[in-house]
Design a protein around this ligand. Structure first.
Ligand code: PYC
Length: 310
């Protein structure tokens, strides 16, 4: 299996170029469901230790249904197959550029959540135009055992988010352990109390907001991903959900740009235009860098062939 690893604002992406079982030619949402069920061990083996690392997101290249797209892609981490991934799409675009498969300019990429566009500005800078994102609930309070009530908005940005602003715990790197525990407990409580999307979709990411370290940035976030790792980047789909919330609250106008800081201090530039269904079409600009071009080996005698699973 040949892979290329990159990081986007600190968050890793492993693009699988070949060597993965064929998922057929159905809609990407169906292929994603197949990946999540029939190929559960295969995809997790790519991102779990010892081959992967705790924050690793995989990006499986598949033929697109829409012939105007340069590729189809299905993202996943150890915890879930994702509908979309913003940092992964920036990493994928930089990887395709590195391989000479695309140049600068606009390209379409098909994901299970829909077609997104990348504008490759140079070898590392990419703007992703995401699928239409929307706020579905505002000021929802969930009782989190051992922590108390937590109030936030529910929004969709390609994945499902619960966004808490302001965070009850300061959003600083020293607090990553406590923020993780609180976010995991909050997601568990939301799912147990069936608070999620309009059609019962479970919340898979939780975001806490606090003041930015840099006065030029709008805020700093802490994002918990399905694998219980925190996003090192500001999280592209999370930023999309955030833009939907800010727009719905009348706190950010169409075309206005803000900077979102991550918990490690990396940044994305964000803006939106109005969507057709009452939501927003987010634009996320960030940088990614290729880190390695590798071949993964799955030795039949390797006791950890499928990764370390405790
Ligand atoms: O950037 O959308 C994102 C993302 C989702 C999970 C990790 N990163």
């Amino acid at each position: 299996m040949h892979v290329i690893d990159s990081h986007t604002a600190g968050e890793p992406t492993r693009v699988i170029l070949d060597g993965f079982p064929d998922l057929g030619s159905g809609p990407l949402s169906e292929r994603a469901a197949l990946l999540a069920t029939r190929f559960y061990d295969d995809y997790r083996a790519v991102v779990l230790e010892p081959r992967g690392q705790v924050a690793m997101v995989g990006a499986l290249l598949v033929p697109p249904v829409d012939p105007t797209c340069v590729t189809g892609v299905i993202y996943f981490d150890v915890g879930a197959v994702l509908g979309m991934c913003g940092h992964g799409t920036i990493g994928l675009a930089v990887t395709l550029y590195h391989m000479g498969r695309i140049g600068t300019g606009l390209h379409r990429i098909e994901t299970p959540a829909g077609v997104v566009t990348v504008d490759v500005q140079d070898e590392s800078t990419v703007t992703v135009t995401n699928i239409e994102s929307r706020r579905v609930a505002v000021g929802v309070t969930v009782e989190v055992p051992e922590f108390g009530p937590m109030t936030g908005d529910v929004a969709y940005g390609g994945n499902w988010f619960f966004l808490v602003d302001p965070s009850p715990i300061p959003v600083i790197p020293e607090n990553i352990r406590q923020l993780t525990d609180l976010a995991v407990a909050t997601r568990t409580a939301l799912n147990a109390q069936k608070i999620g999307g309009e059609n019962g979709e479970p919340v898979d990411h939780v975001i806490f907001y606090g003041p930015a370290g840099d006065a030029a940035a709008h805020s700093r976030n802490f994002v918990l991903c399905p694998d219980d790792a925190y996003d090192r980047s500001p999280c592209g789909t999370g930023c999309s959900a955030r833009l939907a919330c800010l727009a719905a609250a009348g706190q950010l106008g169409e075309g206005q740009e803000i900077v979102q800081e991550s918990i490690i201090g990396s940044t994305y530039r964000l803006s939106y235009r109005a969507g057709h269904k009452g939501g927003v079409i987010p634009s996320i600009t960030g940088q990614a860098y290729v880190m390695s071009v590798a071949e993964l080996v799955f030795h039949p005698n390797d006791p950890f062939r499928n990764g370390i699973i405790l």
